[in-house]
Design a protein around this ligand. Structure first.
Ligand SMILES: C[S@@+](CC[C@H](N)C(=O)[O-])C[C@H]1O[C@@H](n2cnc3c(N)ncnc32)[C@H](O)[C@@H]1O
Length: 195
């Protein structure tokens, strides 16, 4: 497994480079749709890079960052609440959040379907989900997939349309944007999972 607990400083310094400027522009426009003072959750937040991007644009939002690695959260910014925990068992009540962010973390979740169930539980109807991921169909993405398997990580990498399809089955309307070997899915939750 990747020892995230010991990698906080490394991620704090380098992890933002994975997010291209064009994604940040898309992310900014999504953030404009979040209601004033809304609660947002950064899942698998690590050192809170996505929350930091968001805070630069929306200081009014109420930020929570959740990650199992205390050594990553230690380097997360002080403006948000920090919670040690897993995507598969989010310790928040139903419909609490206006928006959820998952940056470069979904493929680390041991039980992706369980994580999606939790995501749909804590997100309000009409709430927004932003997933930033690595495309295993691109050469760099395939190498990262291979590397993570060597580290015995879950490596649940999905092609963009595959992940968007899974999210659609769980009640999301998705838009995909591509950034070479990375992609983002911006999704709105309609409040109903298919039976
Ligand atoms: C590659 S890091 C990305 C961190 C951060 N989102 C960023 O963009 O820098 C992946 C993070 O997922 C976390 N993680 C691993 N398994 C998880 C799980 N089941 N639930 C939530 N987070 C998890 C790790 O501890 C790690 O901090």
């Amino acid at each position: 497994m990747i020892p995230f607990n010991r990698l906080g400083l490394v991620f704090k310094i380098f992890a933002s480079f994975i997010y291209p400027r064009s994604f940040r522009a898309v992310f900014s426009s999504v953030l404009q749709k979040v209601p004033k003072s809304g609660a947002v959750l950064d899942i698998g937040s690590g050192t809170g890079i996505l929350s930091r991007f968001a805070y630069d644009i929306r200081k009014d939002l109420l930020y929570t960052m959740i990650d199992p690695a205390a050594g990553m959260l230690r380097f997360a910014p002080g403006f948000g609440r920090k919670v040690i925990g897993l995507a598969e068992s989010l310790p928040f009540r139903r419909g609490f959040f206006e928006a959820l962010f998952i940056g470069d973390a979904f493929h680390h979740f041991g039980k992706p379907q369980k994580a999606i169930e939790e995501i749909t539980r804590v997100l309000k109807p009409k709430g927004l989900l932003v997933v930033f991921e690595i495309d295993p169909g691109a050469v760099v993405g395939a190498l990262i997939t291979w590397g993570e398997r060597i580290f015995r990580e879950p490596a649940h990498f999905y092609r963009p349309r595959h992940l968007a399809g899974i999210l659609a089955e769980n009640g999301f309307e998705c838009t995909i944007s591509h950034y070479g070997w990375r992609y983002a899915i911006i999704a709105e939750y309609n409040g109903f999972r298919s039976p």
